[in-house]
Design a protein around this ligand. Structure first.
Ligand code: F6R
Length: 604
């Protein structure tokens, strides 16, 4: 949520700052701004392109910081855009996160007659740092002193006009990393903008501060103790953050699904021994053997992946599982026996504030916390005891697509692995064999995207849509509805198909299309009967089913290859993602950056 970039070194900072903002725009896109040493600040409401057009000739300097915003406090206006400054315009600050006690700090300044220029919490921090800097004109000292007085979450980058050759960055709860390049040092709130410049990065941890100059960097605690941080290598390729000829990242990322499944499976299946290897869980294997209960948590799509994981683990392992959205779980009383219960946190970004907090709460309670995370080195990856990486590569489209599929894939692996720990190998050989065929099945579905595009185009004018499914398809129905809402702004609902006659059938008329997830599985007949009830009320039904199971009456049908029931959710997801994409395309919407949303929700 929001994006920060910074650069200090031997070349002009402005081109990198603008390029970095464009790369980070998927994290927040309602206003943007930058501060460059020697040139000052420039900001604009709207997209990065608007800011770019406003940059005057000669706006350059060898150090700068920049920000693309997703509004939390205050509307997306130019005044509320970052960078923010203090009343003397000495200190300039970009900030991700939320300063919780900003009202008190603001009141303190206002009683002194200081007039604020914005409604943001960030400006109070800028004022506070400015005040400390007036007393002690050493930027890192002023930043550390100010941060001791704020509560909340932050990832910040700060500059002062009196020290143009210095950037100070600090983190508490909002990700920040430093890139070490040949021509200087880079700062970013995620790795995406760095990939074309350097692969060597340092992830800051909470409570850490770094001072960057043109030819040096140091990381310290807020109390100035020097820290020896590991330099890590990012192995994502640059192409993975580019559109590669697709009109939108969302489509490109859906089309990448076959390789994503391959990557999630790579090195984890031994077909000779018919066993699953999850290296990230090796250290906690003994503890996993004895667990009696699992709690899964996540937000949005990750939560729906969790709900599917719940069914998979219950079905394939027989351990009771409950799944709870992280924003609720974090405030619930943990009653489970911590010795016998584990938490599984699911997160693409690994930075979702609620999910991270749920992990912290569970660990406080003594529970083992595992992560199913895509972003290597992210906060959730680091704060969980062990975990499984998705290996889906960077996901840029705001709506999660390939990452969701990889989460489902990892859940299948996890379920078989847990079963194997308890009962040895050999219990789910058919699922393992079918897992290896999934990439080809996915390719078959994607190669028939034309049909899905035509069906979506025929319904692009819809006002509402309903998604129904049962058992494994029930959470996928929710995911299908979420995807459609997000990118096409169509009001979409999801129900377990069996629930329809308990109320929602009243909504059905010939204008309200239903997308029925009914592959040939153990509840096919039941779902079919529920769908018949919808048809009997003049409801139009788009069927997603397995090849050969198309009902005779169907006029709009999308088929998927037949596979083991536990793997069908992975396949039914793809037509739903494409349906949402093509509906949004017809409606002419900004698919990769839907209104009001941002990738990676790092505030509560
Ligand atoms: C939906 C979507 C969101 C995320 C949710 C969790 O398409 O992208 O619902 O799934 O914000 O994000 P992560 O997985 O990064 O924790």
């Amino acid at each position: 949520m929001c994006g920060i970039v910074g650069y200090i070194g031997s070349r002009d900072a402005t081109p990198f700052l603008l390029e970095g903002l464009r790369a980070l725009e998927y994290r927040g896109y309602d206003s943007a701004g930058l501060f460059v040493s020697g040139s000052g600040a420039q900001k604009r409401a709207g997209k990065v392109s608007v800011l770019e057009e406003s940059i005057p000739e000669g706006f350059q300097g060898n150090a700068g910081i920049a920000h693309t915003r997703w509004a939390t406090h205050g509307a997306p206006t130019e005044n509320n855009a970052h960078p923010h400054t203090d009343d003397t315009e000495t200190v300039w600050l970009v900030h991700n996160g939320i300063i919780e006690n900003y009202r008190e700090i603001r009141e303190m300044f206002e009683t002194e007659g200081i007039v604020f220029r914005s409604e943001t919490d960030t400006e109070t921090l800028a004022q506070l740092i400015g005040r400390k800097y007036r007393d002690t004109p050493i930027l890192e000292q002023a930043v550390a002193d100010a941060l001791k007085e704020v509560r909340g979450a932050y990832g910040i980058a700060v500059m002062a006009i009196n020290e143009p050759e210095k950037i100070v960055v600090a983190r508490h709860g909002s990700p920040l990393l430093i890139g070490i390049g040949d021509d200087g040092y880079y700062v970013a709130s995620d790795a995406t903008p760095l990939l074309t410049h350097t692969r060597n990065v340092i992830y800051l941890d909470d409570g850490e501060l770094a001072v960057l100059t043109t030819d040096s960097y140091k990381v310290t605690s807020l109390t100035h103790a020097l820290l020896n941080k590991e330099v890590q290598n990012i192995d994502w390729d640059v192409e993975s953050v580019q559109k590669k000829g697709y009109e939108h990242f969302m489509l490109k990322e859906i089309m990448e699904v076959p390789e994503v499944i391959e990557n999630s499976l790579r090195g984890r299946i031994d077909l000779e021994a018919m066993s699953i290897h999850l290296g990230g869980l090796r250290d906690v294997e003994e503890r996993l053997k004895n667990i009696e209960r699992i709690i899964i948590t996540g937000c949005g799509s990750a939560y729906y992946a969790g709900l599917t994981g719940e069914l998979l683990i219950e079905e394939l392992v027989g351990i009771p599982v409950e799944t709870e959205i992280a924003s609720e779980l974090r405030y619930r009383r943990f009653t489970a026996d911590p010795e016998k219960t584990i938490l599984v946190a699911v997160s693409q970004s690994g930075e979702t504030a609620d999910t991270l907090e749920a992990v912290r709460e569970a660990r406080k309670h003594g529970m083992l916390a595992l992560g199913i995370v895509n972003a290597v080195g992210s906060s959730i990856a680091r704060e969980t005891d062990a975990g499984v990486y998705n290996h889906a590569g960077p996901e840029i489209g705001v709506a999660s697509t390939k990452a969701f599929v990889s989460q489902l894939t990892v859940f299948v692996l996890l379920a078989i692995y847990l079963k194997q720990l308890r009962d040895g190998t050999g219990t789910h050989n058919e699922v393992i064999r079918e897992l290896t065929r999934l990439p080809d099945y996915a390719r078959r579905i994607l190669s028939a995207s034309e049909n899905i595009s035509e069906i979506a185009a025929a319904h692009a004018g819809m006002r509402d849509a309903l998604f129904v499914g049962r058992k494994f398809q029930y959470p996928i129905a929710y995911e299908g509805a979420l995807k459609l809402k997000e990118v096409s702004y169509v009001h979409a609902e999801a129900y377990g198909a069996g629930e329809m006659k308990h109320g929602p059938l009243a909504l059905i008329d010939s204008e309200f299309p239903t997308i029925a997830l009914m592959p040939l599985d153990s509840v096919y007949e039941k779902t079919l009967s529920n769908v018949e009830e919808i048809r009997a009320r003049s409801g139009k039904v788009i069927v997603i089913t397995t090849e050969g199971s198309e009902p005779a009456w169907t006029t709009e049908c999308i088929t998927i290859p037949q596979t083991h029931e536990a793997l069908l959710p992975i396949l039914t997801t793809l037509p739903l993602q494409l349906f949402a994409y093509y509906a949004a395309l017809q409606r002419g919407l900004p698919i990769d950056m839907p209104r009001n949303l941002a990738k990676s929700v790092t505030v509560e």
